[in-house]
Design a protein around this ligand. Structure first.
Ligand SMILES: Nc1ncnc2c1ncn2[C@@H]1O[C@H](COP(=O)(O)OP(=O)(O)OP(=O)(O)O)[C@@H](O)[C@H]1O
Length: 264
């Protein structure tokens, strides 16, 4: 019963780089429909964990289960087709295409990509293209980017590009979205919009999010639960408020000479 509610289960996962265990016997569960935050001091293994989940790194030991299916070491393009998407690692946008066109580039397996279909069934390609365009327009509206739909992506601000990136996940109906420091370098106003879009996608479209984030204010607004990592495994799980007060958590940050950032 419990298993059915978990979209992702990590079991005793480890990743060694030479003698260093970047992720060490790590076990955790991500509940379906949650927005789970992953925090922890620098070097605690958050990015490596994401790399393992998203198929960007091969594990040394342990398992990753997605909807109870073993997806350990499955490559990222296969995970993508199963509905696991990772965003915000790098700026993915095509700078010389408009916002709308950028969204239209996302869906895989369009018939137009097959030369024979394009030659033999041009009307099918046209119908699909119209459908994709309508969907892209819906996504643009959902994210309140309607006024920018014909703007070149290269002209967007950093925060707007992140909204566009979020929009790309909507073009393929993602089930689990892994967000990598989405708040980094985004101004407060856009960060609010981004947070609102994430909440809306979660509530209205049923997306599950798992996000690595340093900004505690952003985390407190969005995430429940918050998982704190230290030395490659889970140190704490609870609400953001509980995490901020927890002795072990505070100590792990202090031990690294860093502190939990709470920008107000
Ligand atoms: N490709 C690699 N080769 C060798 N060591 C690595 C590699 N990637 C990460 N590490 C090491 O593994 C540990 C965990 O790093 P990781 O980047 O996963 O931590 P993090 O929690 O994401 O840190 P940050 O908050 O600074 O991004 C660190 O000691 C790091 O130096």
């Amino acid at each position: 019963m419990d298993q059915e509610q978990n979209i992702l289960q990590i079991e005793n996962l480890s990743k060694y780089f030479g003698g260093l265990a970047a992720v060490s016997d790590c076990s955790l569960k991500i509940k379906k429909g949650s927005i789970t935050g992953i925090i922890g001091p620098n070097g605690s293994g958050k990015t490596t964990l994401f790399n393992l989940i998203a198929g960007n790194l091969k594990s040394s030991q342990g398992k990753v289960l997605f909807n109870n299916e073993d997806v350990t070491d499955v490559p990222s393009y296969e995970l993508f087709s199963k509905g696991i998407l990772r965003t915000f690692q790098i700026a993915h946008e095509f700078t010389n295409l408009s916002v709308l066109e950028n969204l239209m580039m996302v869906p895989a397996n369009q018939s137009g990509e097959n030369l024979m279909t394009a030659l033999l069934k041009p009307s099918l390609v046209r119908t699909e293209e119209l459908k994709v365009k309508q969907k892209a327009q819906d996504v643009v509206d959902f994210l309140n980017l309607t006024h920018l739909s014909n703007e070149l992506a290269g002209n967007l601000s950093g925060g707007q590009k992140k909204l566009l990136e979020l929009g790309r996940t909507m073009m393929v109906d993602a089930k689990l979205v892994l967000l990598d420091e989405v708040g980094a370098g985004v101004n407060r106003t856009l960060l609010k919009d981004l947070g609102t879009a994430i909440l809306k996608l979660n509530k209205e479209e049923g997306y599950t999010f798992c996000m690595i984030e340093h900004d505690m204010e952003f985390i407190s607004r969005l995430c429940n639960p918050v998982i704190v990592m230290a030395e490659g495994s889970v140190l704490f799980e609870g609400t953001a408020e509980e995490a901020k007060k927890d002795e072990k958590v505070i100590e792990s940050y202090l031990g690294r000479g860093s502190k939990i950032k709470d920008e107000n």
